[in-house]
Design a protein around this ligand. Structure first.
Ligand SMILES: Nc1ncnc2c1ncn2[C@@H]1O[C@H](COP(=O)(O)OP(=O)(O)O)[C@@H](O)[C@H]1O
Ligand SMILES: N[C@@H](CCC(=O)OP(=O)(O)O)C(=O)O
Length: 380
């Protein structure tokens, strides 16, 4: 881990995504914490006064819905969870609107699904809308559109959603506010000797070993999803800070340069925005298994993927779909927009590109995936 001689990663940030978890927002599931929400709103208003642009990703719809409906136990049935989210979301946005209006700031509700971000046009629309709202000094309040999503297409947790939003708008820093001071070497609820981590590199695999699941029945992802969110956000160059939402004036102090919580620095090269969109597909419909030579030229030489380097095809996909490229061990090394369907790819794989025409009767491109449409998930 790194030394403590550094400034907060929020100090120079112009565009900031702040994510607040369910346990904080709903006072551990006991109903919306009006005092806390009013304080975050006041702090965000102060950041906007400083010329910063802030997006809020807020959890708490399900927890607040349960509270309003008088449900003591989190339901398992998806339709009940979705109903609770629909009820709770009303409370969330009403509360945010009221608190931000005290500072003459408008809020905007933005509910997103994975499909919205996987579709290139909708992704670009979401980006333009969010940027417009920020330019208008409106505070976007984002949550997953829980009412319409099923498990298969869920972001799953708002830490992931926060990182996708950070990538979408190319934020400088993602601040994840939670019920702990930050990351410890083990879950502090279970291990009293756990050591605090103040500063590390986002994407460091050692962090994933330290992070455990959710500490309460109210939160969902725990620390692991926060660490993975930091890794994802770092691909667009965004740093991540994980800090306690109960720390007094935390956002304003971070913005003034004070080091509070765990700072996870983005050190890798920033991926171009279009490639970022490819990397942020949480699910891909198909898989290409590559031989060692193809893995090497992709990773070390940044080349396009040719049919000759593919040994097997899995899943169903059409031309233009995003597919995963995995090595013989099943590790995903890249993903990209494929030029041929699954059945066409199965026919041309292991063959030189010059044979595509004689096999298929036509040729669209010599490459299976052109390097401009390919994003590496593994560094050379
Ligand atoms: N290594 C760790 N360091 C800190 N907290 C951890 C760690 N591993 C697991 N946790 C748990 O993660 C919880 C925070 O995640 P979660 O309950 O999902 O909150 P939120 O609603 O803020 O997303 C903490 O309360 C803590 O019990
Ligand atoms: N969309 C859900 C968020 C669930 C979630 O990720 O919660 P958390 O782990 O507290 O951030 C809701 O609003 O209840």
């Amino acid at each position: 881990m790194k030394s403590s001689e550094f400034n907060s990663l929020v100090l120079d940030a112009k565009v900031i995504v702040v994510k607040v978890g369910s346990s904080l927002v709903t006072n551990n599931g006991n109903g919306l914490d009006q005092v806390a929400i009013a304080e975050w709103a006041a702090q965000i208003a102060a950041l906007v006064q400083q010329g910063k642009q802030v997006i809020l990703v807020s959890s708490g719809a399900v927890a607040e819905g349960m509270q309003r409906l008088g449900w003591k136990k989190r339901p398992i049935a998806v339709n009940e969870l979705q109903a609770a989210a629909a009820v709770g979301q009303m409370g969330l946005v009403q509360m945010y609107e009221r608190c931000f209006s005290q500072h003459q700031l408008h809020t905007a509700q933005v509910l997103l699904t994975h499909d919205d971000l996987a579709d290139r046009k909708r992704y670009l629309n979401a980006r333009t809308t969010l940027r417009t709202l920020l330019d208008l000094k409106v505070i976007p309040i984002i949550n997953e559109n829980d009412t319409v999503v099923t498990d298969e297409i869920k972001f799953g947790d708002n830490d992931t959603l926060g990182s996708l939003v950070a990538n979408l708008i190319e934020a400088d820093t993602l601040v994840i506010l939670t019920d702990q001071q930050g990351l410890y070497s083990a879950d502090p609820r279970k291990d009293p000797n756990a050591q605090f981590v103040q500063h590390a590199t986002a994407g460091d695999l050692a962090l994933e070993q330290m992070a455990g699941g959710a500490g309460s029945s109210v939160g969902t992802g725990g620390m692991l999803t926060k660490i993975l969110a930091a890794k994802r956000a770092a691909r667009s160059g965004a740093h991540t800070v994980i800090a306690s939402g109960r720390e007094s004036n935390v956002l304003v102090r971070l913005s003034a340069g004070e080091v509070i919580g765990t700072h996870l620095e983005a050190t890798q090269m920033k991926i171009a925005a279009r490639k970022q969109w490819l990397a942020d597909h949480l699910r891909t419909t198909g898989k290409l298994i590559l031989d060692a030579g193809a893995v090497r030229v992709l990773v070390a030489e940044g080349k396009s993927l040719l049919p000759i380097g593919v040994t097997a095809v899995e899943g169903h996909f059409e031309r233009g779909d995003v597919v995963a490229c995995v090595d013989a061990g099943g590790h995903e090394i890249a993903r990209g927009l494929v030029n041929y369907s699954a059945s066409e790819t199965a026919r041309v794989m292991r063959k030189p590109s010059q044979q595509i025409e004689s096999i298929l009767g036509y040729v669209d491109e010599a490459e299976l995936i052109h390097r401009d449409n390919l994003v590496l998930l593994k560094q050379a």
